[in-house]
Design a protein around this ligand. Structure first.
Ligand SMILES: O=P(O)(O)OC[C@H]1O[C@H](OP(=O)(O)OP(=O)(O)O)[C@H](O)[C@@H]1O
Length: 167
């Protein structure tokens, strides 16, 4: 049974506020990873009662399977309406699985500048990391069967669906 994303957001907002306060970060910059991460970021900003400009990252060109899979037909440029250099970033995605998307996102961000810190927020952690990357704030942790995936639909309502991969 998958959780309802909207039920996870209040606790994520509280945990993120506590995380930022502990580090005395007063002006975080919020960045969502296209596509699902942008929806989660928008919902999280709403839960926080903030109307900050949201940066949007498209990591298609930075993926380590880029040469195998080619380019997604809908690839769009990243949109970062603020400086990266010296800023405290909050990077938001919907699902953390292998960690390769976050690795790609960090590579892209560092091409724009050297942030002061990056806090990682993920709606779901699938307990399947292949890299030493873990979220600072997570909505829920799930363990799926090898042939199962979760798909987030949005932006409103945010819903999670379990998919089974064909062999
Ligand atoms: O930790 P990883 O193994 O990299 O997996 C996590 C990523 O996979 C999904 O994106 P997907 O590539 O399906 O694109 P989408 O966000 O457009 O659905 C999900 O949205 C995460 O970004």
């Amino acid at each position: 049974m998958l959780p309802n994303p909207n039920d996870l957001l209040p606790a994520m907002a509280s945990a993120l506020t506590q995380h930022l306060n502990q580090r005395q970060i007063s002006e975080p910059r919020f960045i969502g990873i296209r596509t699902g991460g942008v929806w989660v970021a928008q919902a999280l900003l709403q839960a926080l009662g903030r109307d900050d400009a949201l940066g949007i990252l498209d990591v298609s060109f930075y993926r380590d399977d880029f040469t195998q899979n080619g380019l997604h037909p809908q690839v769009q440029p990243s949109e970062l309406p603020f400086e990266i250099e010296g800023q405290h970033l909050v990077l938001i995605d919907d699902v953390l699985m292998s960690g390769r998307t976050i690795r790609a996102a960090l590579n892209e961000l560092f091409d724009y500048g050297r942030p002061a810190s990056v806090t990682l927020v993920s709606l779901l952690d699938l307990n399947a990391r292949e890299l030493p990357i873990r979220p600072d704030v997570v909505g829920a942790t799930l363990s799926l069967a090898a042939n199962e995936r979760v798909k987030l639909s949005g932006p409103t309502p945010l819903t999670l669906e379990l998919q089974t991969l064909d062999n």
